[in-house]
Ligand binder design. Structure first.
Ligand SMILES: NC(=O)c1ccc[n+]([C@@H]2O[C@H](COP(=O)([O-])OP(=O)(O)OC[C@H]3O[C@@H](n4cnc5c(N)ncnc54)[C@H](O)[C@@H]3O)[C@@H](O)[C@H]2O)c1
Length: 348
């Protein structure tokens, strides 16, 4: 069985690594429009190209293309596929509600017959980077365009050792992923509102959180520099397009207000230090980092901004526009991700 992963970013590489571990190496290939990604994958021993190689006989296509800020990349990738009869096309990217059916309609307009000629499924990826990186560790939600599609999908993913939770239509699988990420967004936004109020009333948020969390059915989340990364903000917007609830709008507003609050804390400061720059602790990714956004806002207000991160080298910190902190300077405001304190000198 030949497999092709389309879109070799964070998720695509995760899928590729898993397939390489469990399948013959020459049965797995990747396609990504970014030549740098292709070169890097080849250096790691993967078969990869910027376009699908001519004459390649693919049984399973796994689509991991990014879906924000609009779906143009996803549809461009799907429009380039020529699924052979009996093959499987699995979309693992996170989708707005209705996208799997929209994809099916595009295939039909090109003369393909999803559901009868080939199988189309949605299996949203749900790895928690930095926590559970093993694809077999989390149960996956799966839905097919038809029952036959679902059966073909279950055969393939069970064969990969993955535990599945089937749902009866693609819309439920699409929603399940959006709800999962939006629930996380809401719990962080609630924590941000409380943290800001604690700051304003001179109360210790950490103590509040520890006290609340002694109740077994309550989990008050911790705060960071704001809700960043690419997925949570994007997926909340996808869900809002379907749900249209004031609750989600209020959560976005709360997060924006909290990020402004972090900037305002340093309103009279001349120097600031950011301890932690990645988009979340423990993951060496800076795209979508609210820490970087905060640092740039502070710089635009005239502050000298130092930074350090256990996952980044000094030259990476400098490339991001900040002064690597080596312990020499007095600092007016130190941000420890969502926490902050004033006037201190850190050990080198
Ligand atoms: N990163 C996460 O933690 C995570 C977790 C679960 C789900 N997801 C979802 O998975 C999807 C991918 O996320 P990601 O973090 O891997 O994104 P990413 O930006 O890291 O990777 C996407 C890749 O798709 C490539 N690409 C774009 N258009 C293409 C095309 N037409 N043909 C081939 N390749 C193309 C890009 O070059 C890029 O390498 C998104 O929908 C995201 O919401 C991400």
């Amino acid at each position: 069985m030949n497999m092709c992963v389309v879109g070799a970013g964070h998720i695509g590489q995760h899928v590729l690594t898993h397939l390489h571990r469990t399948r013959p190496a020459d049965s797995v290939t990747a396609v990504d429009i970014d030549p740098k990604k292709v070169t890097a994958l080849r250096e790691r021993g993967f078969s990869a190209d910027t376009t699908c190689p001519e004459g390649i006989d693919v049984d399973v296509w796994i689509i991991c293309v990014s879906t924000g800020p609009n779906l143009a990349w996803l549809f461009q990738a799907l429009d380039r596929l020529s699924p052979k009869p009996g093959s499987l096309v699995s979309i693992e990217s996170t989708l707005p509600v209705g996208t799997t059916r929209a994809a099916a309609a595009r295939f039909r307009s090109r003369g393909y017959a999803p559901g009868t000629g080939f199988h189309l499924i949605h299996v949203p990826h749900r790895v928690l980077f930095g926590v559970d990186e093993d694809p077999e560790a989390s149960t996956r939600i799966i839905a097919g365009l038809t029952d036959a599609c679902l059966r073909a999908g279950i055969d393939f993913y069970s064969g990969c050792g993955i535990t599945l939770h089937p749902v009866s239509c693609p819309e439920l699988a699409e929603l399940a992923k959006l709800v999962e990420n939006s629930a996380r967004y809401l719990e962080i936004a609630f924590a941000e509102a409380l943290k800001q109020a604690c700051d304003e009333h001179g109360l210790d948020f950490d103590q509040l959180r520890q006290a609340v969390n002694t109740k077994s059915n309550v989990h008050l989340a911790d705060v960071d520099y704001g809700i960043g990364g690419e997925c949570l903000p994007k997926d909340l917007d996808f869900l809002q397009d379907w749900l249209r609830s004031p609750l989600l709008g209020a959560a976005e507003k709360t997060d924006r207000r909290y990020r402004r609050h972090l900037v305002d804390i340093a309103s009279t400061a001349k120097t600031a230090l950011l301890v932690g720059l990645t988009y979340k602790p423990g993951v060496p990714v800076v795209q979508g980092s609210r820490a970087i956004e905060l640092g740039r806002q502070l710089k635009s207000r005239g502050l000298k901004v130092y930074a350090r991160d256990p996952l980044l080298k000094d030259d990476q910190v400098a490339e991001l526009g900040f002064t690597p902190y080596r312990g020499a300077a007095d600092i007016d405001v130190i941000y420890w991700r969502g926490k902050w304190e004033t006037k201190r000198r850190l050990a080198p």
